[in-house]
Design a protein around this ligand. Structure first.
Ligand SMILES: *[C@@H]1O[C@H](CO)[C@@H](O)[C@H](O)[C@H]1NC(C)=O
Ligand SMILES: *[C@@H]1O[C@H](CO)[C@@H](O)[C@H](O)[C@H]1NC(C)=O
Ligand SMILES: *[C@@H]1O[C@H](CO)[C@@H](O)[C@H](O)[C@H]1NC(C)=O
Ligand SMILES: *[C@@H]1O[C@H](CO)[C@@H](O)[C@H](O)[C@H]1NC(C)=O
Length: 407
């Protein structure tokens, strides 16, 4: 009578323990698969207020990868109506209004529930740099108007500011090296690490009213005012960066042609038009630019109907780019082949904006968050092992109790 009752109680207890242990294990596994499911997407907006126009870039990334890198992609690029914000000196309020169209386009892309938590930045470059030199109070009025307009929008507006030319260069350098996965990459062991044999690339950028050059030089940087020291993901980088104001395309054409060109072309657009973006030799580039410049105007207009607005600038632009790269930066026949003309890399426009957002949202942390990941993974592993051990012990005891005949 005593024996069956003992067995009954033991069996019931062990059954309950086994069930709860199993439940815990199932719960943990379900939770683990939850994490693997597509996580929510986060968005960030950066207005690039350039000298001849304003662009809005919308970036997105998986919410659970906020502090990892290599996952931010471009969701939208929008050209704002009208000229750059520095052109609204006589009517600053209109500078704010000019951003509305692109902002609405971006918000239509982002789920309404996330609008309030979406960070929005505005960075102004050479056009506003020139205006603030000319009349700083006008520049301030424009910044105030732009900040008012964006402050009213249902977003997390983080401010409008003037970027120093050097920052523009350094941030462009971060963007291109990030997009090409040269700063961090996904390793076989499933962690983000610095690529072992990463050879970084330099960045040349020509905007409407300034031009930037940024690269990691082979030797030390003697003029410290041209040095940007960056600590990204546990590695230090000493980037030489220099910005030449008034050497951008529009200012050059201003001097050359005494006329302001409304065009958007830069290194890439000019060389793209001339079919020179797929690694042609310096000799070919030179010959192509000169051949284009010597074509009779009637022939050029007839060959490219509907593009008259930009056609007249391509010759001067092409010659200027050659002069800047050869005479200015000292590229020659041998080093020329190392230049790549790109508008995009990995589906993302290359400019300073992505680097700016990554920096201001701390998405490339100075230190790699390896410890946090290891700890959480360790805890998870320990949890699984512990629950499994509990189950084995309980089942073992149950088997022993049932198999051993008792007095
Ligand atoms: C990312 O880093 C920031 C600043 O270090 C921190 O506040 C935030 O909680 C981190 N986010 C995640 C998802 O780890
Ligand atoms: C700067 O702009 C303000 C506002 O438009 C104007 O009142 C002022 O006279 C300007 N100053 C100079 C030095 O041009
Ligand atoms: C990155 O952001 C910090 C502020 O968080 C700022 O001090 C620094 O100048 C920025 N770096 C660049 C290159 O703009
Ligand atoms: C570029 O190539 C296209 C297609 O091959 C051609 O139609 C066009 O005329 C070329 N452009 C120039 C400037 O030579």
């Amino acid at each position: 009578m005593g024996l069956p009752r003992k067995t009954c109680v033991l069996t019931a207890l062990l059954g309950a323990a086994a069930t709860s242990g199993l439940a815990a294990l199932v719960l943990m596994l379900v939770q683990a698969t939850d994490v693997l499911l597509p996580a929510g997407t986060k968005f960030g907006l950066v207005f690039d207020a350039g000298s001849s126009h304003t662009s809005l870039f919308v970036y997105r990334w998986p919410a659970d990868k906020e502090n990892d890198t290599g996952v931010v992609s471009q969701a939208l690029a929008c050209q704002a109506e009208g000229p750059g914000i520095s052109s609204y000196a006589s009517d600053p309020a209109r500078a704010g209004e000019s951003l509305q169209g692109c902002l609405e386009e971006a918000l239509a892309l982002i789920p309404a529930a996330q609008h309030r938590e979406t960070p929005v930045f505005l960075g102004a470059t050479a056009g506003m740099r020139l205006l603030s030199v000319k009349n700083s109070s006008q520049a301030e009025l424009i910044f105030a108007a732009v900040a008012r307009a964006l402050g009213r929008a249902p977003v997390d507006f983080r401010g409008a500011e003037l970027l120093a030319g050097q920052d523009e260069g350094a941030l462009g350098w971060i963007t291109i090296n990030y997009v090409l996965r040269l700063l961090v990459t996904f390793s076989f062991s499933g962690a983000w690490v610095r690529p072992a044999d990463a050879s970084l690339v330099g960045a040349l950028d020509m905007g409407g009213a300034s031009t930037q050059i940024s690269f990691v030089p082979g030797g030390p940087i003697l003029d410290k005012s041209t040095q940007a020291t960056l600590r990204l993901y546990g590695s230090d980088y000493s980037v030489y960066t220099h910005s030449y104001l008034c050497f951008g395309r529009d200012q050059m054409l201003n001097r050359l042609l005494a006329a302001l060109a409304q065009a958007f072309s830069n290194f890439y657009y000019t060389f793209h038009f001339l079919n020179l973006t797929s690694g042609q030799t310096l000799r070919t580039a030179n010959a192509t630019v000169w051949e284009f410049c010597q074509r009779p105007w009637e022939l050029v207009v007839a060959s490219y109907p509907g593009q008259e607005r930009w056609l007249r600038d391509y010759c001067a632009s092409g010659l200027y780019i050659l002069t800047l790269l050869l005479e200015g930066y000292g590229f020659d026949q041998d080093t020329w082949s190392g230049i790549e003309f790109r508008q995009q890399a990995g589906g993302t426009d290359v400019g300073w904006t992505l680097g700016y957002m990554l920096n201001l949202t701390s998405m490339i942390p100075a230190e790699a968050p390896a410890r946090w990941r290891a700890a959480s993974h360790g805890v998870w592993t320990a949890g699984v092992v512990f629950v499994a051990l509990t189950l084995v012990t309980i089942l073992g005891t149950a088997a022993a109790q049932l198999l051993w005949p008792q007095a």
